[in-house]
Write a protein that binds this ligand. Sequence first.
Ligand SMILES: *Cc1c(COP(=O)(O)O)cnc(C)c1O
Length: 479
Amino acid sequence: MKYLSTRGGMDPAGYGEILLEGLAPDGGLVVPEELPRVDAETRESWRGLDYPSLATEVLSLFATDIPRDDLARMCRDAYAVSPDNFVEPAVVPLVPLSEVDARLSLVGLSEGPTLAFKDMAMQFLGQSLEYVLARSGRTINILGATSGDTGSAAEYALRGKQGIGVFMLSPQGRMSDFQRAQMYSLTDENIHNIAVAGVFDDCQHLIKQLSADLEFKRHHRLGTVNSINLGRISAQVVYYFWAWLRQTDALDADERSTARVSFTVPSGNFGNILSGHYAKQMGLPVHRLVLAANENNVLDEFFRTGVYAPRASAETYLTSSPSMDISKASNLERFIFDVLGRDPERLAAAWRELDETGTIDLAHEQPRFSEEFGIVSGSSTHSDRVETIREVHRATGRVIDPHTADGVKVARQHLDAEVPMLVLETAKPAKFPEIVIEAIGAADALPDHWAGMLDLPQRVTAMPNDEAQLRAYVEARAV
Ligand SMILES: *Cc1c(COP(=O)(O)O)cnc(C)c1O
């Protein structure tokens, strides 16, 4: 399997090469040359596999330049069940919400070390990155900015890894107690937490400044593990297959071959749902992919109208489902590439239109979004989330997090008579106590393995919003 740029300006490259960089040299995004197909017979042969073994099967279709035994070892380590890794024996449990609606279930993607779905991909990326670097005798320094979930998932996946340094910037005083404790209590030598006196945008700006110095970037082999990383996208494909298999376990053999399910995906940068789109293109019988947005509904607008109109940061609301607060969706280019017949010239023309006019108008293609690709959308508000958390709790006794609540709310507007609807649970409610208290009057208890974390000593370097200081800091500590 080779990988290409959406904009046509990149020589075909193998998985091992593209893992280090999601952005193609021509400014496009890296995509598989062609998606692998999985027929019904192969799918059935995977039914008895546990999660790490299924991950090995699916990822071997993407990572064709990694020997299978090595891949199997990485998947076993990435998805190991232990108190400080995945705590749920199934790794990804399916939880019916039948008291809310007989067709509705949650797909539990938040059983990993940082209690959010980013662990699913990041754990595999940590393994594969270390492997690929060792194989080629290289090192990398990951530079990132985080306002919460992504940074902690990256740190837990990369802690103690050989040949990898992690420099994670966070806005001083703007994260929750839980988020701070989670990141700053790590003591691994290769993890560097930097609290910048500023807001998240300042952190991102500092990173852009350092990366724009190409000589500095090359010399210290700076890299990122952001949401456009194709290793992450490929690792997320696995749980769509897993969820379909578990949902159809109870059916007769002849029913299984035609059984369809729908998924609802709480969305931000379009990474998670892009993996679902790829699973469907690979032949998984997915009826609908429902994109759930919050008040920052730029993607909902795109799927309803066909017009993509990214917003300015100033028009981006701070909401109670903060991991979905986006102004543009960095992975959407990969979907638009498919809509435009995977034609790099048409894609490049669309991005020129975006540069010149601020929008991409695909209104004439919009009917195909649902008819051909199965994607529909909806959005929800703070009061919808509060009401949904309350209602699910009342009916089932289960507490869901605000992002998952966006999903459940929008999923219920897109139920079909006969098709099961699987809502991806993207985080645990213990991470968002405020809205949970507003909804049900009490916070959800932290899982056992996190109790005590809030009292651990914290290790973080405070820094002014100053490029020269950051540069000196990285220079002194890069691997
Ligand atoms: C990152 C994140 C999302 C959004 O996922 P995308 O892949 O960016 O669409 C949704 N919910 C939670 C809790 C997240 O951390």
